[in-house]
Design a protein around this ligand. Sequence first.
Ligand SMILES: [Zn+2]
Ligand SMILES: [Zn+2]
Length: 282
Amino acid sequence: MSTAEISGEDFQVRFWGVRGSVAAPGPSTARYGGNTSSIEVRCGARLILLDGGTGMRYLGNRLVAEAPLDADILFTHTHFDHVCGLPFFKPFFQPQNQFRLWAGHLGAGMTMHRVLHELMMAPLFPVPPGVFRAKIAYRDFKAGDALTLASGIAVRTAVLNHPDGATGYRIEFGGKSVCYVTDTEHVPGNLDRNVLALIAGADIVIYDCMYTDEEYAKSFVGWGHSTWQEGVRLCQAAGAKKLVVFHHDPDHDDDRLDAIGREVEAVMPGAVMARDGMVLKF
Ligand SMILES: [Zn+2]
Ligand SMILES: [Zn+2]
């Protein structure tokens, strides 16, 4: 996809990182990709980025040619796998660009500005955010708030169930909707009301499908993640149209994800497994 193909009122989603928790590059994950969470959303001429994992570096390398950029970056939360691409995002080094960084999960004196400064601090990182030349504004809000990014783009948010908090998003544009719901843990047998309300009738739901139900019950209760089966249950209960299986376990190699994909397809035709480079258009 070249940016020249995007025009008018197009609404599309491109995946640059689909892996959960830690990057997992290598031959066994090459087909689905090993980059952590990074998604590009185009609402007509408006650019919205979701999270800043390692995939964001590749996205940034593509975006430098589009400067001047004016974009919003929505963070589910600031666990390392969702922010570690930020220092390597080349458009931050271009003075003609401006970005707004949105986060709804912080509190108790913590801000998105402070998170970025602590991420890029000795002895963890060689240079501070002062090396950036773009104009960066910080938009801390409370998960559950509605956000105004631009006219014609409605963004709703919801509290997710994750250690240190996380925010789910629903972006509506041109009568279509995409929801981004990661990282979140479900309570078995009890569909999350916040998630159900957020994704009701949505066209696309990108959901934290880190585990299978079996893996979750056996080893991962309390780790803050969900399962593809719960994603199916939520989408079916909420009347959502397409599930995108996302935030893959770094220990799930390509063959394993192929097998999971077949299981998902059998119970929810049209669902897709997220992979680096995948583009969904409305
Ligand atoms: Zn994560
Ligand atoms: Zn997390």
